[in-house]
Write a protein that binds this ligand. Sequence first.
Ligand code: NAD
Length: 490
Amino acid sequence: MNVEFSEVYGPLINGVFEINNNGTFTAQDPATGKCLATIHYCNEQDVDRAVSAAHGAFAGWKALGQQERARLINALADAVEADSERLARIDALDVGRCISEVRKDYQTAVRHYRYFASVILAHEDHGREIAGGYALGKREPLGVCGQIIPWNAPAIMAAFKLAPALAAGNTVVLKPDENASLSTLELGRHIARIFPAGVVNIVTGLGEVVGAALSAHPQVRKLSFTGSTEVGRIVAGVAAERLVPATLELGGKSANIVFADVEDLDAVVDNATFAAIHNNGQSCLAGTRLFVHGDIFEAFKDKLIESFRRVRVGSPLDEESRVSCLVSAHQGRKVLEYIDIGIAEGATLLVGGARAEVAGCEAGYFIQPTVLLAGNHMRICQEEIFGPVLSLIQWDDYEEMIAQANDTEYGLAAGIYTANLKNAMATANRLEAGSVWINRYSNISDGTAFGGYKNSGIGREFCRETLNAYTQVKTITVQAEVPAPWFAPR
Ligand code: NAD
């Protein structure tokens, strides 16, 4: 199937795709090294015009009301759904992800738009009686939202940002990552057709220039960032300086814990394999530290090695591929370096560990699914690798295991496998993580809050609570009559 997209792209500002004179960067197919398209850089002035457009569109968008905003968000969901095969193929080419997986991202994104188009209608203001009257707590949108997203799952990242912000009545300037802008710009075509001009603007280019200008812009009233903890800190610093709220979805190094009482070892091995290497391991929520109880350790380890060996590594558009190439050579080299670091620190390589060759995709960094027998203190267990690399850790003492599971700067997610519900609940309560999935890793569904403890972020997405982060409360009190004079002579 031919994937149709343009040769040249520019930012979407006030309903118009612009071509500027700031120079271009290439959207490159990481598997083949081919140039897919050229994209115009934005500079500070472009960001300023995008924010002005969003600022100008705010009053009208807010005044449209929930019903009409929900209708337009549903129209976007329909458009993305109808176009999802093409969009998924664009991401497979642009980011290098397996097509079978990116398709699921689009299903999630579509559900996400529909979820917020629905829940906004039930997002009621609150009120209560006060002496002689009423107090109303009315939720109002914040204004222009500056939203910055990473490259690893463009469809989901854009939906997580746009859906709640727009439903709540805000306008948006969205900045996709420079490694994965194509599908977001194609999403922009649907947006430009459906929404009033200026409600959503998309600015392209470098984080240090465009992301920084967007964070610092005085008319941006809310920041929402998904990406690394390192850049999240920069964005949070700017938000603090400017006194605007910021939602931060950052990195992770999640623990996945297997108890000795699991019933179906093969199923657990399969789920733990998925947890670690879905999205080629380029997932914030990847279960990259696998703690397995000593009583079943040897049997589990053998099955895990077999499971990793079985994973089909292939080209992004091959329907059978389950691991494909990393987003860039830079990322590929970083992952290989981490494998070396692990071995140098004393970890034992159990399977994988090298670059895989895929015919026709010689430029791509395909990394063999890798398991290292490791200790939790090692850098490979403390730092985000963002590749198909799993650290396997044996545990025998429960308290020690819990301490190690929590011994990380991150706290995004965790998994538990056990047949004992009491055990599962007690352990879930002990883990410092924003999501704990019992017996099914990454069990995210519409309306379940997602976000990090500790250095994995601030705030929750994908749930009704997110609407609170995109609104502020105005208290209005009503009295039946003006009080009797206090200062005036009687
Ligand atoms: P990154 O932090 O390098 O970049 C993310 C975005 O920030 C990009 O759009 C980039 O252009 C922009 N940026 C860079 N410098 C900036 C600056 N100074 N000011 C403003 N914006 C700037 O992250 P990445 O490497 O693209 O993405 C991978 C990271 O994202 C991983 O750490 C991963 O865990 C995290 N992530 C988290 C979640 C979550 O929900 N918690 C989801 C996906 C990815």
